[in-house]
Design a protein around this ligand. Structure first.
Ligand SMILES: [Cu+2]
Length: 265
């Protein structure tokens, strides 16, 4: 699966129309996410693990790469705090995915898996499943985030411009600066010059976001702008998490945008 699109392909059909939101089901399209094993409390080191099962409960052991990985694991607390986008390792003999894990805070987390089943899986395309995981302990609530199109991450100032449109896919341009200067040394990360995850506030519905342009080659540099196309399924607030890489280090910038209906609808 390749998500590269050009702006001329950005669809104007469906502008203003609500769409189903993805990612909130534990089972969908013939696949399910097993129970997630993880440390029982915040601050306890251990492993996070799970498997993807097919319609008859067999572990799935074959996956197709998307954005350079066979599976993307997104973990975020339901108030939008403690976002992580990481890549566990598959034991091909058993279908068990795992990685070292430690919860940094108590709370309810949504654990998303974003993957494309491999050969023999009827061309299911991209599948996003998720499950709620409770981490016991004293809850320190996060901030109530007002809409924000600017973010500071790892010494970088990151800005998003453009409108999130209901049913549309207008461009969102993310600009990275450091000390007032444009950063032109963005490195390829997951098949693009950055990776954007967008979640609906309130239920963490998962949006599909596509980077614009063709996949960069190793050694390519870009910036300060990275362009994405995101479709908001409904009006409402969305949290955006932008992972980008400079000098080998990955940083995450976060924004909150309110999606609006296109005037064209
Ligand atoms: Cu990923």
């Amino acid at each position: 699966m390749q998500h590269a699109e050009t702006s001329t392909e950005s669809s104007h059909e469906g502008h203003g129309h609500e769409m189903p939101v993805g990612g909130l089901a534990v089972a969908d399209r013939g696949f399910s996410l097993s129970v997630v094993e993880a440390p029982a409390a915040a601050g306890v080191p251990g492993q996070l693990g799970f498997r993807i099962e097919d319609a008859v409960g067999r572990p799935v052991r074959s996956f197709a790469k998307a954005h350079e990985r066979e599976l993307h694991l997104i973990v975020v607390r339901t108030d939008g705090e403690h976002f992580q986008h990481v890549h566990p390792v598959l034991d091909r003999a058993t279908g068990w995915w795992s990685l070292p894990w430690q919860w940094s805070a108590a709370g309810a987390y949504r654990v998303f898996v974003d993957f494309a089943p491999g050969e023999g899986a009827n061309d299911a395309g991209s599948v996003v499943l998720s499950r709620l995981v409770q981490v016991p302990g004293m809850l320190e609530p996060g901030l109530d985030r007002a809409p924000s199109s600017t973010s500071r991450a790892g010494g970088f100032d990151v800005t998003v411009t453009g409108d999130l449109l209901v049913g549309g896919s207008g461009p969102l341009t993310i600009t990275v600066e450091r000390e007032g200067s444009a950063v032109r040394s963005l490195e390829p990360y997951l098949g693009a010059f950055g990776h954007l995850v967008a979640l609906r506030e309130g239920d963490l519905g998962y949006l599909h976001v596509h980077p614009e342009g063709s996949e960069p080659s190793a050694g390519d540099l870009s910036g300060p702008d990275v362009v994405f196309h995101a479709q908001a399924p409904t009006a409402g607030r969305y949290w955006l998490f932008f992972d980008f890489q400079v000098d080998g280090a990955v940083h995450t910038a976060r924004f909150a945008l309110d999606a609006r209906r296109s005037e064209r609808s």
